[in-house]
Design a protein around this ligand. Structure first.
Ligand SMILES: [Zn+2]
Length: 206
């Protein structure tokens, strides 16, 4: 228990430090130059001279750790499942610093409030543009939607290709990894009410 708290705390502090202290581009530049040398390259050759600068600029623009999002929800009597599928994303595998990418499918059952569909896309983007693992990305999107909207339930399915695996030939190129997260009523089902099945049918386009 203590250990778990320590880890969470450390993660929080890291994010906080990141927000208070914008990315150290000079440090990234130095590290990329070292990486190139480590690869046996000459970092001063024409094609590589500007690479450390370009990489630092890329990460600086691409990474996003801000989780603040003004949430505009609307009061609505809609009671059926709202689903948005095939939200494309790119994320960065924290184990290999190599991209994984694919589509996220997000569904929820409203509880008196709905949210703009563009906000759901924004949730996916927000949590993917950082060092990630697919399982955590899936959970974070589900939890964010639960806390932002307090719906009856949320289901998130992510299908992604991991370049760290497919490029190495560990898996057939193009092979997909699927993860899912369910919250609230999506864990319940009976003959008349099976939201998980409904979600999967919508996903298949039945
Ligand atoms: Zn990886």
């Amino acid at each position: 228990m203590i250990e778990r708290n320590t880890i969470n705390h450390r993660r929080y502090d890291l994010f906080k430090a990141f927000k208070d202290n914008p990315m150290d581009k000079e440090r990234i530049k130095k590290a990329i130059r070292e990486l190139l040398i480590g690869m046996g390259e000459n970092p001063d050759r024409d094609g590589l001279k500007e690479t450390p600068e370009r990489v630092a600029k890329f990460y600086n623009e691409w990474l996003e750790y801000d989780t603040e999002l003004d949430c505009c929800e609307f009061i609505d009597s809609h009671k059926n499942m709202v689903m948005i599928r095939d939200i494309p994303f790119y994320s960065l595998c924290e184990h290999h610093l190599v991209f994984f990418m694919g589509n996220a499918h997000v569904g929820y059952i409203p509880n008196g409030k709905v949210i703009g569909l563009s906000k759901i896309v924004r949730f996916v983007n927000m949590y993917s543009r950082r060092l990630q693992i697919q399982e955590r990305l899936t959970d974070q999107i589900a939890d964010k939607l639960m806390s932002a909207l307090r719906p009856k339930g949320v289901m998130v399915v992510i299908e992604a290709e991991h370049l760290c695996m497919s490029a190495r030939g560990v898996r057939t190129p193009g092979a997909k990894t699927t993860t899912s997260a369910i919250r609230g009523v999506f864990a319940e089902y009976n003959k008349k009410f099976n939201p998980r099945q409904e979600f999967l049918s919508l996903l298949k386009g039945d």
